[in-house]
Design a protein around this ligand. Structure first.
Ligand code: PMV
Length: 328
């Protein structure tokens, strides 16, 4: 049996991907930049030559059916096509953090699946090609192939061959603290795929999002390379609020926040007024991720735990790339 196991970390976007120019290939209109998160990890075991007529997918011990199973099968079809293979696979995915609640479990899942399935089928692809493959599962997964600070280049080709992630700076080049406030543990209602498609079609602000994104990318990139947290944090917050404003202004409205999301945002602003270097960002869900200097993370986490409605606080930092592992 040809099998491989890989692990990949989730990531948070500081300049976000929101809008596809190609829905099948997951090609974005814009570039995006993220931090790969240590300790928020998905491990995927993929074994080909299964006895079953179709792929079998289990997540955290439960057989997956419906849209999620279809997404994994379609992804495996891409890998099979590359390797000129026809056999079905057994897939086992384990995630150590709340899935589908805006913590980018699809990013770590498809990054781990890309590395495991390509390896199992004997495709020895450079990391850039694994990133292209991961992108087919979920756009943000292209970034989770690399560790530290990562940029996904939008690319221009219609086949997506130049749309992959590249490392910007290694994880240990700048040890930021990352505090994650979980305000709702339930599965989110509108996934990022539907959310961005809706905003693209139904928000009058979408053109403004595209027009102003490059400046945010530039500021975020420079903030990372110059290790300037004020520059990085202000640009990331601005870009996050714009993404959510674009979505809220869709018709019908798309609102990812709950009262605790807003309370955490307010607390971060207050902490900043009190001298902390904390900045928030929010992806397609109600959780708030806060970046700050490593030395401030415990104090900030303690303050955030006190905010009414916060269910759980996780601590992270820039983490490593997707890797092959020995066992689940
Ligand atoms: O990769 P997807 O399809 O789950 O989309 C991710 C969208 C955001 O998380 C909101 C932004 C991003 O760049 O990760």
């Amino acid at each position: 049996m040809r099998e491989a196991i890989a692990a990949a970390n989730s990531n948070i976007a500081l300049a976000k991907y929101w809008g596809k120019r190609d829905e099948v290939l997951n090609l974005p209109y814009t570039g995006s930049i993220s931090i790969t998160l240590a300790g928020l990890t998905t491990t995927a075991r993929v074994a080909f030559d299964s006895e079953h007529r179709s792929d079998r997918v289990a997540m955290n011990g439960e057989l997956v059916v419906g849209a999620q199973a279809v997404a994994v099968r379609k992804f495996l079809d891409c890998v099979r096509q590359l390797a000129d293979e026809r056999t079905t696979a057994e897939v086992e995915v384990q995630t150590n953090f709340p899935v589908a609640a805006g913590l980018a479990s699809s990013a770590s899942t498809f990054a781990a699946l890309a590395l495991a399935s390509a390896t199992a089928l004997g495709l020895s692809l450079p990391a850039r090609q694994i990133s292209v493959l991961a992108r087919r599962g979920s756009g943000s997964a292209s970034r989770s192939i690399f560790g530290g600070y990562v940029e996904w280049l939008a690319g221009e080709e219609s086949d997506g061959s130049d749309s992959y992630a590249v490392p910007l700076a290694p994880a240990d080049s700048w040890r930021l603290g990352i505090v994650i406030a979980i305000t709702d543990l339930a599965r989110k209602q509108v996934g990022s795929r539907q959310g961005m498609a809706h905003a693209l079609k139904r928000s009058p602000f979408f053109p403004a999002w595209l027009e102003t994104h490059e400046a945010d990318l530039e500021a975020v990139r420079r903030g990372i390379l110059e290790r300037d947290l004020t520059l990085l944090g202000e640009a990331a917050e601005h870009n996050c609020l714009k993404m959510h404003a674009v979505s809220m202004a869709s018709s019908p409205a798309l609102l990812y926040w709950n009262p605790a999301t807003v309370a955490v945002m307010r607390r971060v602003l207050q902490l900043r007024e009190g001298g902390a270097d904390a900045y928030f960002t929010i992806d397609a869900g109600p959780q708030v991720k806060i970046i700050c200097p490593w030395t401030q993370r415990e104090g900030i986490a303690a303050a955030i735990r006190e905010v009414p409605g916060v269910q759980q606080v996780l601590l992270s930092e820039p983490g490593g790339p997707a890797t092959l592992v020995e066992g689940l």
